[in-house]
Design a protein around this ligand. Sequence first.
Ligand SMILES: [Zn+2]
Length: 396
Amino acid sequence: MGRPPLVPPGAELTAQERTRYARHLLLPDVGSDGQRRLRAARVLVVGAGGLGSPALLYLAAAGVGVIGVVDDDVVDTTNLQRQVVHGVADVGRPKTESAADAVHAISPTTQVVQHGERLDEATALGVIADYDLVLDGADNFPTRYLVGDACARLGVPHVWGSVYRFDGQVSVWWAGEGPCYACVFPHQPPPDAVPSCAVGGVLGAVCASIGSVMATEAVKLVTGIGEPLVGRLLVHDALRQTWDALPVTADPGCRVCGSGADATRPLGWATGVPADVEEAAVASAGRPGVDVGALSALLDAGEVDGTEALLLDVREEGERAIVALPGGAWLPIGDVRAGEPVPGLVAGARVYVYCKSGARSAEAVDLLRGRGVDAVNVEGGILAWVAQVDPTLPTY
Ligand SMILES: [Zn+2]
């Protein structure tokens, strides 16, 4: 079902603009009217990363008048494999600055508003209220739920995408017109429960596929052309090169946009903290841990030798290929969950468990201790090791 344009047209186009946007003006149903709507549009892009990058470039090229960019991060070398608004010279710069430069290189008349802070409960509504629609390319669940909640409260369309490895998903959430994000994904996963691209990897060009769908949806919504992805979840498998559109519907009892809504609840936690997260938080209080400095001393002293104590990596194979501590055993977290035995573990020996940053290893420690193994969590994981013990090692 088509919908009316989101943005009223601004002033007539100049001769220069008619030349610049000629290929849009030729399009049925876009024309100069649609181009004026794009120039009058205010679009917020959350995350100047893998999805935000292609979306930003196409929104700029399309002549969107105001583009807001939310990102609190700086450009890192590992970003360059997919985050195409940033270049080698931008490493270390705030992503919002780098993204603003990329937008201005394409469209000097586009106004870029840099939001260099992560959106939170206090700021999200105020920031988003200044825009006609939001493109959400956030890489973490708390931000997605926060943005989804704020958009639903404000009635702003929430163009959402996510990527993982060779797969992508994209939809337009829009409370009142179709489902909101929480209608379809009602439960916020516990932190680190779902693998992220930083752990599982992502094919860079898949970000372009999903990010450009997001930009297309934004242009459609602004100009009122076609049928937006409201009520449909588009699922992309790049290895099979397939796109499937799954119907999704609003949940009448949704705690964000339906009868279960409560405007007094904290933004972004509309779905409540699942009981298992609270249990995990309680369990963490009594979990034995060791910091990387102490572990380094134990290794240097030869006290982690396999018979008295064993080092265990619970990460995936690809992560180990980038960086790993010397020696020790390897059992990916999925195998730990499945109850597989720790290779080479001598009965009674202590197991020092590490992962990337300490979350998966904490889960593994709890599981192993539940099976009677003397497991200890290496706090901060390999990232802490690189930061504090050996900065010459690569990170990811
Ligand atoms: Zn909802």
